[in-house]
Design a protein around this ligand. Structure first.
Ligand code: GLY
Ligand code: MN
Ligand code: MN
Length: 435
């Protein structure tokens, strides 16, 4: 893997010319008082270094004669390591992570200027860490002030994301291997959930069994808080309480994926708790399934990203008209977004190191064009949220639909000839989710 991290750094450095790029590790996040969350490196930082410790800074200085890749890290500290475990330290930052130079993080202010003085731009993403933003800006200001003395130095700050995130959007074979594994583990978990769900059981029991499989199979854990939503809970898009008892005629919506080797899966299935759809559930389910299948069919290299969403919206709108929830001419209903009370989210997002992965969706009015190596979710749904007031020109909602929430989500890789559904191992046909 180190060779691949190096290759990514080289690719980035080739694009920043005489610039210097600065990356900050993710901070430790506090859960409560002095208890911290499990540490997870910031994705850009990890993508370029594979280095998984907080309090680190990576510098890429392609124009520097000796030190093109520099790491600032926490030094070895025996006492600290007794409490919180192994620290890589300065020497291993060079030996293991291939840094040309490495320093204790405390020396950042002293050592950083030498990597900026001869650069013409600083590449830096103004992130959430305000203190670190200030630190970078202070270096920048000092160098601007002293520019006349040297005749060199950065005269602009540019966001690194444009370059780096278009790299991250295209997954390499080794990234895809990890994504397939994340997909396979979540597939197993969803299939297990389908087997064990029954009226009387609690949502959290299903969550527990899913997450048990995640960890048992070597995943880092859930990719995001698992959603296990029975009945009308499914109409709350990010329902994560998962504390209700499942009733006889409920549907169960499960949106759960795992992180494996830092890469994520993201799967949603909806199925009847007692094994049989009610007629209304089945009608809505088949509309969503059809929308999902037709949207997936549009995942082809050369197609606009937006076509996937537009396809889902059309099928969902047609379905809603057919069953009388919407009334009117399809194109007009779509243009006026009359489907929105029942389908309020987008159909797709990029998937990778982040669940909602980086990468541009839209350049001005133009959609991103799908290309091989991209991975996106396709996740249409319908939610007949209780107490929804229909628009003025729309019919009252027949109570028989109310409280039904359905989403079906797969992870789809764009291939040179079309697509591959990485999560195809979880059934979704009516006959396969009925028991
Ligand atoms: N589970 C998060 C999402 O589907 O986007
Ligand atoms: Mn999801
Ligand atoms: Mn998703």
């Amino acid at each position: 893997m180190q060779a691949e991290y190096r290759q990514r750094r080289e690719q980035l450095m080739a694009k920043i010319g005489n610039g210097t790029a600065i990356f900050r590790s993710a901070p430790m996040a506090v859960m409560h008082n002095d208890v911290e969350y499990v540490y997870r490196q910031e994705s850009d930082f990890f993508y370029l270094t594979g280095f998984n410790e907080p309090q680190a800074v990576a510098v890429l200085a392609p124009h520097h004669s000796e030190h093109r890749f520099v790491l600032f890290v926490q030094p070895k500290d025996r006492e600290k390591e007794v409490w919180t475990g192994y620290l890589c330290g300065v020497d291993a930052a060079k030996e293991i992570y291939g840094a040309d130079a490495a320093y204790p993080i405390a020396e950042l202010d002293e050592k950083l200027p030498q990597y900026l003085e001869k650069s013409d731009r600083i590449f830096y993403h103004l992130g959430r860490d305000r203190n670190f933003n200030d630190q970078v800006l202070q270096h920048y200001q000092r160098l601007l002030r002293t520019y006349p003395k040297r005749g060199t130095g950065p005269i602009a700050i540019e966001d690194t994301s444009t370059i780096l995130h278009s790299m991250r959007l295209h997954k390499s074979p080794s990234e895809l291997e990890l994504m397939r594994q994340a997909a396979a583990i979540a597939t197993e978990a969803h299939n297990h959930a389908l087997q064990i769900t029954a009226p009387g059981r609690y949502e959290y029991e299903i969550q527990a069994e899913i997450e048990h499989i995640f960890r048992l199979r070597g995943a880092m854990g859930p990719a995001y808080p698992s959603i296990v939503a029975a009945g009308a809970n499914a109409c709350v898009l990010h329902y994560i309480e998962n504390n209700c008892q499942m009733q006889e005629n409920d549907l169960l919506l499960i949106d759960a994926g795992c992180a494996y080797g830092y890469y994520n899966s993201d799967i949603t299935r909806t199925f009847p708790v007692n094994g049989k759809f009610t007629p209304e559930q089945k009608i809505l389910y088949e509309i969503v399934l059809s929308a999902q299948e037709k949207a997936i069919a549009q995942v082809q290299p050369g197609n606009p990203f937006s076509l996937v969403h537009d396809t889902a919206v059309r099928v969902l709108t047609e379905g809603l008209v057919e069953i009388g929830i919407l009334k009117g001419e399809i194109d007009k209903l779509i243009e006026d977004e009359k489907y929105k009370p029942f389908y309020m989210h987008r159909t797709s997002h990029w998937l990778g190191l982040d669940v909602h992965d980086v990468g541009v969706y839209q350049y001005g009015d133009n959609s991103q064009i799908l290309q091989p190596g991209q991975v996106l979710t396709v996740e249409p749904g319908l939610y007949i949220v209780p107490d929804t007031k229909p628009a003025e020109d729309q019919p009252e909602i027949d109570p028989r639909w109310v409280g039904i929430g359905i989403r079906i989500e797969d992870d789809v890789l764009v291939t040179p000839t079309g697509h591959e559904v990485l999560t195809a191992g979880v059934p979704k046909a009516v006959k396969d989710v009925e028991r």
